[in-house]
Design a protein around this ligand. Structure first.
Ligand code: ADP
Ligand code: MG
Length: 483
């Protein structure tokens, strides 16, 4: 409800906007049904809207894995380099360093970007005091959180950039090779042996620390999910002999691209403006409703609409350079606004974050800003529930609309991202929508847990898997040559 202490004319405008952001239970069900349909289209054929990328990861860890590996994480706000030691008892230690990726690198020539990745690994190794003369190459897992069509654990071509990246001459190329070439140019004794998406990392690391997991999900700068699927349902793989004897494979859904046609997603004029002005109009539709990169911008569009109303509804018709700039209103500010315990505090947040003078922000303004943040974030949380529910349904763990489901099996979801970690009540909203979609019995058995350091630990687990597979292959080859 719009705050009712405002003038009736204002309340009427706000109510109209609020109506645009409502999601009925029927709409949530339609969205979830469409998700499941799109999953199956994507599993059947390549080049579908929902990419449903086979990852060649054919099992999840159980916590007994051991070893030390490097991990490189590109695709979030920062570039991270880590060294991960898996102790084999569900625990690990991790040393890491963050590096900034400039806009220039994100949108310049791809070789420059990959040279920078190699430089960062070099700097990290120096800082950690690694011996450059080590005889055996260090194994590195690359967490690369963009849509990649993978053909092996250590091979995958970039399909498209997302989240503000647009480096030239990378699309269609094998990103492992781009990175390895950069290492080789620098004569770094590091070998990239595994390629993993951050969602897959979240799934694997949660499985490692909790002994099992069916879904890894990211709610950060972007949103995406990866889950464990029956290989028999990944029809587009055909009868690949290399997978003989395997029954499961992790699939990276790339669900951020769900419903690019927006036939079921509830677009408002504020969403449309965001999309038009984005660097990838008409793509990543779902992500633009859900994730940290965009929620602040939707809210900014909404707030400016109220500033520009005649007569003005917000800030007396005034704005600030922050509020005027594209992506100037960060999703983290929304968190601050919603975390504020009273309107005086909201006022303070607006002054500090948006750059108004205290006298230019009334308590009514504070009330409206808080209402706007809640509207945008609550819709995102509910929509996030559709993705989680759709995977429960796709994997046969639940039925759409709920209904009787027996047993006391727990369903573990590994999550990562600032939004789910820090946004107030985000998980509650997601769970409310799960109750509508799969019933409260199933919802109460869903354990949502942080995949701590998921991208680092996930990459390490994948690198371990790759080394194991290579050794098995080597042994098989030796056996044949001896025999
Ligand atoms: P990434 O997804 O890039 O690995 P994060 O998970 O930290 O990194 O997500 C960063 C995104 O989360 C940014 O878009 C930022 O606006 C948003 N964000 C950062 N802090 C918060 C917060 N406290 N509450 C909500 N969103 C936040
Ligand atoms: Mg991340």
């Amino acid at each position: 409800m719009a705050p009712t202490s405002l003038s009736p004319a204002t309340v009427e405008v706000l109510d109209r906007i609020e109506h645009l952001f409502q999601l009925s239970n029927d709409r949530l069900i339609d969205i979830t049904r469409q998700f499941v349909e799109d999953y199956n289209l994507g599993l059947g054929e390549y080049n579908k809207a929902m990419a449903m990328i086979p990852t060649f990861v054919t099992g999840v860890p159980d916590g007994s894995e051991k070893g030390t590996f490097l991990a490189l994480d590109l695709g979030g706000t920062n570039l991270r380099v880590c060294e991960v030691t898996l102790h084999g008892d569900k625990t690990f230690t991790l040393r890491q360093q963050k590096y900034k990726v400039s806009e220039e690198l994100k949108t310049g020539e791809a070789t420059r970007l990959f040279d920078y990745l190699a430089d960062s690994v070099d700097a990290f190794l120096t800082e950690m005091g690694h011996e450059v003369t080590d005889v055996e190459a260090l194994h590195l897992g690359l967490t690369f959180s963009f849509p990649v069509e993978q053909s092996a654990l250590d091979k995958g071509v970039l399909l498209t950039w997302t989240k503000g990246f647009a480096a030239r001459n990378a699309i269609g190329k094998d990103v492992v090779k781009l990175l390895q070439d950069a290492f080789d140019r620098k004569h770094l004794h590091v070998r990239c042996c595994a390629l993993v998406n951050d969602t897959v990392g979240a799934l694997l690391s949660r499985a490692y620390t909790s002994g099992g997991c069916f879904l890894g999900a990211i709610f950060g700068t972007g949103t995406n999910g990866a889950y464990v699927e029956d290989i028999s349902k990944i029809k587009k793989l055909g009868d690949s002999t290399s997978l003989l004897g395997m029954s499961k494979m992790v699939v990276n859904t790339e669900w951020g691209a769900f419903n690019n046609s927006r036939s079921v997603l509830p677009s408002t004029p504020f969403d449309n403006k965001l999309d038009r002005e984005s660097i990838n109009p008409r793509f990543q539709a779902y992500e633009k409703f859900i994730s940290g990169m965009y929620l602040g911008e939707i809210t900014r569009n909404l707030l400016l609409n109220l500033v520009d109303a005649s007569p003005p509804i917000l800030f007396n018709g005034n704005s600030t350079p922050i509020l005027n700039s594209h992506y100037g209103f960060d999703t983290a500010y929304m968190s601050d606004v919603e975390n504020a315990s009273n309107l005086d505090e909201v006022q303070k947040v607006i002054v500090e974050r948006v750059g108004f003078k205290p006298e230019d922000v009334s308590l009514d303004d504070a009330k409206i800003v808080k209402w706007a943040c809640h509207l945008v974030a609550a819709r995102a949380a509910k929509l996030s529930g559709c993705a989680v529910a759709s995977v429960l349904i796709q994997t046969g763990l639940a039925k759409l609309g709920g209904g009787s489901s027996s047993g006391d099996e727990r369903f573990s979801v590994g999550v990562d991202g600032s939004l789910i970690q820090h946004y107030p009540n985000f998980e509650d909203g997601l769970r409310a929508s799960l109750r509508v979609l799969v019933g409260s019995d199933v919802e109460s058995r869903v354990d949502i847990g942080l995949a701590k350091d998921g991208s680092g630990v996930g990459a390490a687990l994948c690198a371990l898997q790759a080394v194991k597979q290579e050794k098995t292959l080597e042994r098989a080859l030796q056996d044949t040559s001896l025999g």
